[in-house]
Design a protein around this ligand. Structure first.
Ligand SMILES: Nc1ncnc2c1ncn2[C@@H]1O[C@H](COP(=O)(O)OP(=O)(O)O)[C@@H](O)[C@H]1O
Ligand code: SF4
Ligand SMILES: [Mg+2]
Length: 327
């Protein structure tokens, strides 16, 4: 096994539930995947499919007491993160595994200047002087294209635009040189130019041996950025494979639909071909294949039976009864 192939993170059979007023919902259903060293893995699916909950469970940030990781293991360097105590987990967060949150509010405290927040975070994990920490923070603000970084260090989050807060959060996630960055739709609030710069930074991090879990609803981003892809639909991983396999021989009808929804510069002038219907609420998933009510190829068996992920070779897997080895 080469250095590149080392499984850095292994998520095994994770199931996450939430207690809601209307009943218990399974937001993540028996999800397994791994991230190798030096790899950008994409997690793609429409809104509501369980991508953020999957990401939050890795860092054990599922909101308590309503949310629960019911089963599974999350192995980081072979150690199960679900067995660590709070203090050990705090050491992992930010330093070894950092996260760029989809919700801006989750990352920055409104009470302190961004300079102070960045410096405290650095000092929590690194044994250096406050002055050096300050310089590192300022350099990172510059890297994420924040103008006048020296002055911005004294700003409170509310004094910055959403896009700028997003970039501060990106700087904070990258600045400690983590082993893994979980980036949950990291560039949604950013304009196209800044988005490109952030993606360049992410590629640069990968070159310095950081692995990235990149969450997006956009297959275009997957094509540009990722080595390997996990397609998630309504709480389950439905297809997994190398980027090239996923794009050249997509197998699951949902993956095929997602690929068809990429805007093309053709006669229809970049209009999205939307996937008909909507992701069902987690309270109302069909009892068999979760894609049943939207799938153009659905047949009787799909109604009540859950398709398993079938190995198609070369790390390519799909969970559909039409997959060749299933028939
Ligand atoms: N705190 C919560 N309480 C109840 N349900 C939740 C909570 N967070 C997420 N969910 C549900 O879990 C499912 C997956 O959500 P999420 O992971 O945010 O999807 P995605 O990131 O793919 O858009 C959704 O059905 C959502 O309603
Ligand atoms: S198992 Fe059936 S419903 Fe599900 S994706 Fe395949 S054909 Fe469609
Ligand atoms: Mg999300």
């Amino acid at each position: 096994m080469g250095f590149r192939d080392l499984k850095l993170l292994e998520v095994k059979n994770i199931t996450v539930t939430f207690e809601t007023d209307e009943g218990i919902v399974k937001a993540v259903d028996d999800v397994s995947f791994h991230i190798n060293r030096n790899e950008i893995v994409g997690l793609v699916g429409e809104s509501g499919c369980g991508k953020s909950v999957t990401a939050l469970s890795i860092l054990r940030l599922i909101p308590l007491p309503y949310g629960r990781i019911e089963t599974g293991e999350i192995l980081f360097y072979g150690k199960n993160l679900l067995e660590l105590n709070r203090k050990e987990m705090r050491k992992i967060r930010g330093r070894a595994i950092s996260m760029i949150f989809q919700e801006l509010g989750s990352a920055l405290s409104p009470l302190h200047t961004i300079g102070r927040q960045m410096v405290e975070t650095i000092l929590m994990h690194k044994n250096i002087t406050r002055k050096d920490a300050w310089n590192i923070a300022e350099t990172w603000l510059e890297k994420v294209q924040i103008s006048d970084p020296r002055e911005r260090m004294f700003a409170y989050p509310y004094q910055l635009s959403g896009g700028m807060q997003q970039r501060v959060m990106i700087a904070m996630a990258l600045m400690l040189g983590p082993d893994i960055i979980i980036a949950d739709e990291p560039t949604t609030a950013l304009d196209v130019t800044i988005q490109a710069q952030v993606f360049e930074l992410v590629r640069e991090m990968r070159r310095s041996h950081t692995s990235i879990l990149l969450i997006t609803h956009d297959m275009g981003v997957i094509w540009e950025m990722c080595d390997r892809v996990l397609v998630m639909y309504a709480s389950r991983v439905v297809e997994e494979g190398n980027r090239d396999d996923i794009f050249s021989k997509p197998t699951h009808p949902y993956t095929i639909a997602l690929l068809e929804s990429i805007p093309k510069l053709s006669a229809d002038k970049g209009r999205l071909k939307a996937i008909p219907g909507q992701v069902p609420s987690a309270l109302n998933y069909p009892s068999g294949c979760h894609f049943f009510d939207r799938c153009p190829d659905a047949f009787d068996r799909c109604r009540d039976e859950k398709p398993k992920l079938i190995d198609l070779g070369n790390g390519h897997k799909a969970a559909c009864f039409l997959t060749k080895n299933e028939l």
